[in-house]
Design a protein around this ligand. Structure first.
Ligand code: ZN
Length: 309
């Protein structure tokens, strides 16, 4: 009887820890020890330890493995644009931004994916994608830097992994990653497949989007770009017709005007000195021309409102 009650209380503790995401390595070790002392060898013990382990901070290798799997699924739906110069260009801008972060050592990878939809995505471990539709609608390299800075921030703040844990899929995903790393015979990737599709169709938490906006603006400015690149992109979203190419973006992000208002409070006067032109326009334009043979219909933009203030 005691044994059953102990299992129940341990499960509740694990669950509570998972929900509040407050697990530290120390408390994980303590709980592991308790599991060892209280529960005999067997299936329950392994299941409990597995669930507990998934709540700890994932290692960079585990994050990278998950990001690789998720990116493969994203690229299965929309492959990379077949233009190495444009891909190199986006990597060049992205790497420069990544160098300004506290984690330049992450194996960052940037790419343009071949879809007319307007969007950008990140996956854990440093994978960043911008769609051809969004790339072709940018008006300056500062805007590209703002978009990439936003996505880089999702990776730095581990927003995807937090959402996976918060939505209760942490132990399943973690178990699969572990099985894969240990080269267990047959790993069924259906769970990761479903999770990836759900994650990108439901989006991250709204608070995470606002945080990525704030960090993206600072990162672009730190890299020497106008801080008003990202706001200019949000203005383009706000002014765009509500057509199908924006459906997923609008379904997974706060309204562009709400994002602009939130940034406005942060930026008010702080970045005025940095609003010295949206830099390196021609380089972006050259790359856009290379892809323009497959350009989708451009949504009408409010071209007079490129910069705030
Ligand atoms: Zn985002």
């Amino acid at each position: 009887m005691n044994y059953r009650r102990n299992i129940l209380s341990l499960l509740l503790t694990c669950l509570a820890l998972q929900m509040t995401s407050c697990v530290t390595t120390g408390s994980n070790q303590a709980l592991n020890k308790t599991i060892d002392q209280m529960i005999p060898e067997g299936g329950h013990k392994q299941a409990l330890k597995g669930a507990l382990e998934a709540t700890r901070d994932w290692t960079p290798e585990e994050e990278h493995q998950l990001g690789q799997d998720m990116s493969a699924i994203l690229l299965g739906a929309s492959p990379l644009v077949a233009n190495s110069e444009a891909q190199q260009y986006v990597n060049h801008v992205g790497m420069w931004l990544a160098l300004q972060t506290e984690q330049p050592q992450i194996p960052w990878r940037f790419g343009i994916i071949d879809t007319p939809n307007i969007n950008a995505f990140a996956a854990p471990g440093g994978y960043i994608f911008i769609t051809r539709g969004l790339f072709l609608n940018l008006s300056s390299e500062a805007e590209l830097a703002g978009v990439l800075g936003h996505e880089i921030s999702h990776v730095l703040k581990k927003h995807h992994i937090q959402v996976i844990k918060k939505r209760g899929a942490g132990d399943v995903v973690f178990g699969l990653l572990k099985a894969k790393a240990e080269k267990s015979a047959q790993v069924d990737m259906t769970a990761i497949n479903n999770l990836t599709r759900n994650l990108y169709s439901a989006g991250l938490d709204k608070a995470d989007e606002y945080e990525a906006d704030r960090m993206g603006v600072v990162l672009a400015a730190r890299a020497g770009y106008s801080a008003f690149g990202l706001p200019a992109v949000l203005q383009m979203y706000a002014a765009a017709p509500q057509d199908a190419s924006f459906t997923l973006l609008f379904a997974t992000h706060p309204a562009p005007n709400d994002r602009l208002n939130a940034l406005d409070q942060l930026m008010s006067d702080r970045f005025n000195d940095l609003n010295a032109g949206l830099t390196k326009f021609t380089r972006l334009e050259t790359m856009q021309r290379k892809l323009s043979y497959q350009a989708p219909q451009k949504p009408t933009k409010n071209s007079g409102s490129k910069t705030k203030k």
